[in-house]
Write a protein that binds this ligand. Structure first.
Ligand code: ADP
Ligand code: MG
Length: 263
């Protein structure tokens, strides 16, 4: 059994030409999101174009309120755009109904949240299994996969622990294992280290980076931390609901300078 997304792994390898030719895992076109109406309307996104190739790891940075979570929620089919299109593996999903969206979310997208969102009454392994249980799958192979993923994130020994018996960093690693259970097309992480101490943050980031580089998972990560963002192959900056530039392969210093310039 392989826990990798691609048999060859090596997600971030390859020269720029190869990178261009890789198919898109997700493509967002002219995405607009307006919350509310009339005078109180908030234009959270104002025409965002973003394409993430299979096997890429992209960080999204921007000041608070710049639309990062909104963008991630639209890419993760957790919400629908006011205007614009989103497609995963060439399939548009911005106009799907609730049932189809739920299915797509369950099978194609792994979500990692700042506050882990684990169910407190379930063990680590049951939490990882949850997406399959919801789909009515409780076969031995799926259980093996859940256990394998817990081992992959370094928590094989903690499979029977409840979330309250785990540290923040460990809980986040459980939630990463859960995000990978259905072998999604992409993993979206909204400030996954925002609630962790420096050591746990480092561990979670190394894990995400490894899942990208070694296992070939496509990852989009929202973060405030230039050091975390610099681990991604590409950093996209958002300001006032618009893309405000991007850099590839930047150092922490370069990322910090761009971020600071956003004001
Ligand atoms: P970020 O994640 O970059 O901090 P968000 O995407 O959460 O930004 O928010 C972008 C803007 O949209 C902010 O002005 C925020 O207040 C507003 N917003 C976000 N969600 C909602 C909502 N459900 N209802 C109304 N306004 C919202
Ligand atoms: Mg946010």
């Amino acid at each position: 059994m392989s826990l990798s997304r691609s048999p060859s792994g090596g997600g971030a390898k390859g020269n720029p030409t190869e990178r261009k030719r890789r198919p898109a895992a997700i493509r967002a076109r002219r995405l607009t999101k307006v919350y509310g109406e009339g005078e109180t309307a908030v234009h959270a996104l104002a025409g965002v174009d973003l394409e993430v190739a299979r096997g890429e790891m992209v960080a999204i940075m921007g000041p608070s309120g710049s639309g990062k979570s909104t963008l991630l929620h639209l890419m993760g089919a957790l919400d629908t755009p006011t205007k614009g299109t989103v497609s995963i593996a060439q399939r548009r999903f911005d106009s799907l109904g609730d049932t189809e969206l739920t299915l797509l979310r369950r099978e194609k997208i792994g979500f990692v949240f700042q506050f882990f969102n684990l169910l407190p009454a379930l063990s680590a392994e049951e939490n990882v299994l949850l997406p399959a249980l919801i789909s009515g799958r409780r076969d031995a192979a799926t259980r093996d996969r859940a256990h394998g993923l817990l081992e992959r994130v370094g928590l094989g020994e903690r499979a029977n622990h409840l979330p309250a018996e785990l540290s923040g960093g460990e809980q986040q690693r459980v939630s990463i294992a859960r995000a990978l259970l259905m072998n999604p097309e992409l993993v979206l992480a909204d400030e996954p280290t925002g609630n962790l101490d420096t050591t746990s943050s480092g561990e979670v980031l190394s894990l995400l980076r490894e899942l990208n580089r070694k296992d070939g998972h496509t990852i989009v990560l929202v973060t405030h931390d230039p050091d975390a963002a610099s681990k991604a192959g590409r950093v996209v900056f958002l300001r006032d609901g618009k893309i405000a530039g991007e850099i590839r392969g930047g150092s922490t210093k370069r990322v910090s300078e761009h971020f600071a310039a956003l004001g």
